[in-house]
Structures are given as structure tokens and as C-alpha cells.
Design a protein around this ligand. Structure first.
Ligand code: KG4
Ligand code: ZN
Length: 369
């Protein structure tokens, strides 16, 4: 028999994240303390390709994960038998990396006779704000990462309703592609944000797709095309893309994204209020793009205008990390005896709202949606 969850005793969950290009491990307790956390970023390994190479990512996870777990447990001054459960990202993500994390977690769980908990990476982002603050359900969640851009009603652990999603590129993907087009480094989000700080957002008019349209969906691919055309026009006019051109394009791009988010969120808030029957509800933002200070400001403004409280994780917990997976594991471990058995397999596609239909077809775009 494996240990069963018990709210009155101290619980510790080990979380493992390997869904993309970060190998990350953490231990959290049920009082929201992060006892130890470690992240090994593979940015340098993928930089020359301008994006994540799945094969390289999986190999790096294999090389690094065991050591990282050992170091994390040592930092937490714990041994495997002190843990209450082992949680690992089981999807969505790159299947090679997911397999490394899931197999490792299952092996530890089996050897130590502990529960294994399969975590949806998106739920890891969605619950992170509850790791740092006491935020009660329901809340309106804007989840913006490299692969997703969604507005969701979070009603409880495992209980999400998607109100809107991207019909093409995710927000982080738009930042990354814009950076690549402008010759800025990968990952693009932080580079575009930095360049935008010195830019004039008025110089180039960029489109704001779906602004004013019904629903809460997003679309960013047209914006990316407009960035490309604007950059090409600069080169034609001035012979090269200069630092001020880049800064102005980045500022215009970020402002356009902010305007889209404002518009879409406002619609989401209206639906959320109708459904939840309350007005003063929390507005929560999560995912890598939530690290963007300008966009955080825009979203906080939307919350203030709507008399909602605003919540965003600290920057280090916005981008992928082990604590978000450990915490999602803890929420599941404590809240509900939802302990997965070892038959669970990695799921490259795994929507948070199981009822939601893909926006476009069933292929790559469909998954993102
Ligand atoms: O959540 P995350 O770490 O990984 C996924 O689950 O995808 O998100 C990564 C994404 C990347 O596209 C990255 O460019 C973006 O988040 N990002 C940012 C910033 N920091 C990371 N985007 C805009 N501004 C930032 N400061
Ligand atoms: Zn993520």
C-alpha cells in the first residue's frame, strides 16, 4: 500500500518538470513552502537553432535529471523516504522530455512505495498563484506561455472551463518569432521586452487582431507578419535594421499584444461574472509571458477597472519551474485522492478543459487551441 494523503501531517511533494527545455525539480510542503528548487536551462544548447530541438532537449533531460533530483533533495535536507508523493509533468509537451520525467518519477515512486501523481503542465501554471498567495476558487485565469494563450475559469483543482484561446500562434510564440525576425536572441520574450523599453510604440502602426470581435479568442499570426513587413520596410528605407528600428518595432508589438489582451480579457470578465454570479473575483495571470512587466501592468489595469483583485506569480515562477509541478501535485495529493497509477503515459497533447474542442482541426494548431 502506498501512503495516503492526510491533511494533518506534514506532506512533502517532489515535482519534476521536463516538458520542454528546462530540467527542473523542487520540493514543496503543504504550507506552501518551497524547500528546495533547481532549474537547469538548456537555452545555450538550443540558441543556435533559434528554437527548441526536441531530440537535444530529451538527451539533456536524461543526462541531468538524476543529479538534479539528488541536489534538490540534498538542499531540502531530505531523503526519498521523507517524501509523501512524486509528481511529474505528464503533458502537454515534447514527448521525449515527458518520457524522461515520467519514467524517472515512476521509478522513484515504485522503489520508495510512494504515490506517483501525473501533472498537466498547464495546471501547474494555473495553480502557481495559489502557491504564493491564498487565492480561492473561482478565479479568471489568463494563461500565456510559449505554446498556449487561453482565458479560463478556474473553478477548482482539475475543474477548468476555457472561455477563449488562440486560433493560431500562442503569445509566447509570437514573442519568440518576433525576436527571431528582428535578429534578437532566443527566448524572444525577455529580449523583446528589453528592446521595447527604449522604443517608441507610436512609430509603426501594427494590427490588433480580433480587437472588438465577439468572444475571447486570440490571434497573433497576423501581428507577426506585420512585424516582418515593417522590418523589411525599414531595411529597404535605411539599408539595415538599426537599434532604434528594433526598439520601436518591439514597443509597437508589445503595445499591440497588450491592447488585444485588454480587449479579450474584458469580454472574458463579462462571461465570468455572468457564470460565477459575483463581481469581485480574482484575476490571475500565469505562464512565461506573465513575466513581462509591461503586460502585467496592462492586466493589472484591467483588474483595477473592473474592481477585481490582481494576482501574478513572482517572475521566477512564471516561466517553467519544478515548484509549479510540485505544488500542483500537492493540491491533488491533499484535495482529492487522485493518485495516478503507473499505467499513465505521457500525453503530448492534453487540454486543461477536457470539454473544449480544438479551435482549428486536430493537428498542431488544434492542440495549442
Ligand atoms: O511557460 P513557459 O516558460 O514555457 C511554456 O510552457 O511554453 O513560457 C515560455 C514563453 C516563451 O515563449 C518566452 O519567450 C516567453 O514565455 N517569455 C516572455 C517573457 N519571459 C518569457 N514573453 C514576454 N516577456 C517576457 N519577459
Ligand atoms: Zn510552461
Amino acid at each position: 500500500m502506498v501512503d495516503t494523503p492526510h491533511k494533518s501531517r506534514q506532506c512533502f511533494v517532489l515535482g519534476i518538470e521536463t516538458s520542454c527545455d528546462e530540467t527542473a525539480v523542487a520540493v514543496v510542503d503543504q504550507r506552501k513552502k518551497i524547500l528546495a528548487h533547481k532549474i537547469l536551462s538548456q537555452i545555450d544548447d538550443h540558441a543556435e537553432y533559434g528554437g527548441v530541438v526536441p531530440e537535444i532537449a530529451a538527451r539533456q533531460h536524461i543526462s541531468n535529471l538524476d543529479n538534479l533530483i539528488e541536489q534538490t533533495l540534498s538542499d531540502a535536507n531530505m531523503a526519498i523516504h521523507d517524501l509523501s508523493a512524486i509528481a511529474a509533468t505528464t503533458g502537454p509537451g515534447l514527448v521525449g522530455g515527458l518520457m524522461v520525467g515520467v519514467m524517472t518519477a515512476k521509478a522513484i515512486a515504485a522503489a520508495a512505495n510512494k504515490p506517483f501523481i501525473a501533472i498537466n503542465h498547464l495546471e501547474g501554471h494555473a495553480l502557481t498563484p495559489r502557491l504564493v498567495e491564498d487565492i480561492a476558487f473561482p478565479y479568471l485565469l489568463l494563461l500565456m506561455s510559449g505554446g498556449h494563450c487561453q482565458i479560463l475559469m478556474a473553478r477548482g483543482v482539475g475543474d477548468y472551463t476555457r472561455l477563449g484561446s488562440t486560433i493560431d500562434d500562442a503569445a509566447g510564440e509570437a514573442f519568440d518569432k518576433t525576436a527571431k525576425l528582428l535578429g534578437l536572441p532566443y527566448p524572444g520574450g525577455p529580449a523583446v521586452e528589453k528592446a521595447a523599453r527604449n522604443g517608441n510604440p507610436q512609430r509603426f502602426p501594427l494590427p490588433t487582431p480580433l480587437l472588438g470581435k465577439p468572444g475571447c479568442d486570440f490571434s497573433f499570426s497576423g501581428l507577426k507578419t506585420a512585424v516582418r513587413r515593417t522590418a523589411e520596410a525599414c531595411v529597404t528605407e535605411r539599408g539595415s535594421l538599426f537599434v532604434d528600428d528594433r526598439a520601436d518595432i518591439c514597443a509597437a508589438f508589445q503595445t499591440a499584444i497588450g491592447r488585444c489582451i485588454e480587449d479579450r480579457l474584458q469580454r472574458g470578465i463579462t462571461i465570468f461574472r455572468e457564470e460565477a454570479g459575483e463581481t469581485r473575483l480574482p484575476l490571475v495571470v500565469a505562464g512565461g509571458v506573465a513575466a513581462n512587466q509591461y503586460l502585467r501592468g496592462v492586466i493589472e489595469g484591467v483588474a483595477t477597472n473592473n474592481n477585481m483583485s490582481f494576482h501574478a506569480p513572482p517572475l521566477a515562477l512564471c516561466t517553467d519551474n519544478g515548484a509549479m509541478i510540485a505544488w500542483a501535485g500537492m493540491e491533488r495529493f491533499l484535495d482529492n485522492p487522485h493518485i495516478d497509477d503507473h499505467d499513465v503515459s505521457p500525453r503530448p497533447r492534453w487540454p486543461l478543459d477536457g470539454e473544449a474542442k480544438p479551435k482549428i482541426g486536430s493537428g498542431r494548431k488544434g492542440t495549442k487551441a
